[in-house]
Design a protein around this ligand. Structure first.
Ligand code: ATP
Length: 359
């Protein structure tokens, strides 16, 4: 294994326990994304990997060698920060070359590598400019160039796209994916944006309040969320949830009584249990369908997004969001019937909020 984090904890000097028993093994070349809401400990974990923050307890290995006490240079990591941290008085060329110049690398070699890096990043025409004469996206590319030119083993990025507008973010996301394909560098990327996480990652680490919630591929996180938090965090709009008790084999969702025997082999074992039922907005269908639960509701609001429309509904006391093809947009303030396919239903324990798998 290339990088190993074993029972890593971070307790700040003020006593705040920011990261709890973080365990992860990363293979060479993997693109790992740490994702979670503000304050969940993702930057702290990244900074411990970078060597910018000491590790309170646990073991951190690079290539099987203990690295807890290594300085940032020895770890051979390069980091791209949210604020690009470019030198304003230096040209793009000099900003990209800076790390190599410091190392006393030969001028010819530097030139060759700067030109190659600039080509990868589409900066060839901007090498003589100062950072102030660049767009946000171009500045971000210079910051990435400064990191990748060093040919380090581990590439760390902390919210690198957060200063860009929505369009630039999509473009840079694509470019980062391409750079990763070209360089093959092991990358750890921090973001609070689940779309960025889903589109870039080989594997995602979802964090909340300093605890890892789930580690998996984008596919696993979307289709097999480990708990209510991951179900709600991954996917846009988030998964719909309803809380309640299983009574006489059935679960009340708004005006509908869902007979759990229809969708679960373990229905009998769920009797009397407090559960959370979840289904994704995009999993529902509007036409009557076999092997699906029928729900009657009222449409409160529709939100046209282009090809899809979000439909905000209420059924009794229950609220939910449905995602439908825009051609099927229902009328507002009117009744609607929709169907939840049995296989789209997730159940979670009411207390622990962990998924309840059928054997
Ligand atoms: P964000 O997306 O807002 O950057 P994050 O998930 O990266 O969030 P961290 O920056 O890792 O979160 O912070 C995790 C927790 O540790 C937060 O509650 C933060 O307030 C706390 N924290 C960060 N730095 C320190 C510090 N030097 N001393 C004490 N607590 C800190």
């Amino acid at each position: 294994m290339y990088i190993t984090l074993k029972d890593i904890n971070k307790i700040y000097p003020n006593g705040f326990h920011a990261v709890h028993n973080f365990n992860l093994e990363i293979e060479k070349g993997e693109f790992i994304v740490f994702v979670g809401p503000s304050g969940c400990g993702k930057s702290t974990t990244l900074r411990m990997i970078a060597g910018l923050e000491n590790i309170s307890s646990g073991e951190f290995l690079i290539n099987g060698k203990r690295a807890n006490e290594m300085g940032p240079r020895e770890r051979e990591v390069a980091m791209v920060f949210q604020s690009y941290a470019l030198y304003p008085q230096m040209t793009v060329y000099d900003n990209i070359a800076f790390g190599l110049t410091l190392q006393g690398v030969d001028e010819d070699v530097i030139e060759q590598r700067v030109l190659k890096t600039a080509k990868i990043l589409g900066l060839t025409d901007y090498l003589d400019r100062l950072p102030k004469a660049l767009s946000g996206g171009q500045r971000q590319r210079v910051a990435i160039g400064r990191a990748i030119i060093r040919k380090v083993g581990i590439f760390l990025m902390d919210e690198p796209l957060s200063n860009l507008d929505a369009k630039q973010r999509v473009t840079m996301r694509y470019e980062i994916a391409q750079i990763h394909q070209e360089t093959g560098a092991t990358t750890i990327y921090v973001t609070h944006d689940q779309t960025e996480a889903m589109t870039l990652a080989d594997r995602i680490v979802v964090m909340k309040d300093g605890y890892v919630q789930q580690i998996g591929t984008p596919y696993e996180l979307y289709f097999k969320p480990a708990n209510v938090f991951v179900g709600g965090f991954i996917g846009e709009p988030p998964m719909n949830f309803a809380r309640g008790r299983v009574e006489n084999g059935s679960f009340r969702f708004g005006n509908a009584a869902l007979n759990l025997k229809d969708c679960r082999k373990d229905a009998a074992a769920l009797e009397g249990r407090e559960i959370v039922l979840g289904f994704r907005p995009e999993a529902i269908v509007l036409n009557p369908q076999e092997n699906a639960f029928r729900v009657d509701c009222d449409v409160e609001l529709t939100e046209m997004l282009g090809d899809n429309t979000n439909v905000y509904i209420t059924s009794g006391e229950q609220q939910a969001i449905l995602k439908v093809d825009s051609h099927d947009t229902p009328e507002m303030d009117a009744p609607l019937t929709f169907y939840i396919p049995h296989e789209a239903v997730y159940l979670f324990d009411g207390e622990t909020e962990l998924v309840i798998n059928q054997d």
